[in-house]
Design a protein around this ligand. Structure first.
Ligand code: MN
Length: 243
């Protein structure tokens, strides 16, 4: 019969071997858990109707956004260290990524993932958009004259963006500004957008045709006007106050 000490030693070796095997698997597991994930919509596809139709939401989220997530994960597989950083930090330091093909994937697909994640959460069903805070309302009036003037100026930025891109409400050092970017660029992308337009986006409007064409066809201005009905001012106010 084996002594207790011998039994314990054997158990120890067995557990040690499992730990060693686990350690060998860890980098792969850790990487998998750090891959980008398509966020669920915080409402149903049809919840933004009649302003944004359910079929557009379904394709936009399930096909377009999903493709950006898949593309970004392709970059993460090539450069796993990037996946360990917050995406905001990666996007703010794109010029530092030496590999041009990875840099372009991060810009287009990383930008696409980040932009759409913001887009979904800053919208809500029209009866659940929340109220703008007094602080944000005052900041908008101070920066743009009034809420009405802000909407006109933001709408101009969104309408005049030629081709595909985004219009943004951005905060930098407490100051608000309206900007627009092409493709999936965004105001976090220091070194890629003009220095004076770098900041933290509070609100972004997707003006790619895929965001509105099924319902609005070439009438981008009608889509922009309709979109104000589903802007989640409650959340945007929280973001402004936390910025
Ligand atoms: Mn889009």
């Amino acid at each position: 019969m084996k002594s207790d000490i011998e039994m314990k030693r054997r158990e120890f070796v067995k557990v040690g071997a499992l730990v060693a095997a686990g350690a060998a698997l860890l980098p792969r597991e850790a990487m998998a858990s750090e891959l980008a994930v398509l966020p669920d919509l915080p409402y149903k596809f049809v919840a933004l109707e009649p302003y944004i139709d359910g079929r557009t939401m379904e394709i936009h989220h399930g096909k377009h956004h999903a493709a950006y997530v898949a593309g970004l994960n392709g970059a993460y597989e090539k450069m796993p260290d990037l996946a360990k950083k917050p995406l905001e930090d990666v996007l703010a330091a794109l010029p530092a990524v030496a590999d041009e093909s990875v840099r372009m994937i991060l810009r287009n697909h990383g930008g696409g993932h980040w932009n759409h994640a913001l887009f979904w959460k800053t919208m809500a069903p029209a009866d659940k958009v929340g109220k703008i805070s007094e602080k944000l309302a005052a900041a908008i009036s101070a920066a743009f004259g009034s809420m009405e003037e802000f909407k006109v100026k933001f709408g101009e930025a969104a309408t005049k963006r030629f081709g595909s891109g985004w219009a943004w409400l951005v905060v930098k050092d407490g100051k608000l500004m309206i900007t627009s970017t092409a493709n999936q660029d965004n105001p976090l992308m220091k070194g890629l957008v003009p220095d004076g337009e770098v900041g933290v986006p509070l609100l972004g409007l997707d003006v790619w045709e895929h965001a509105y064409y099924l319902k609005y066809q070439n009438k981008r201005a009608d889509y922009i006007t309709a979109w104000w009905n589903v802007v989640n001012w409650g959340l945007v106010s929280e973001m402004y106050e936390g910025a």
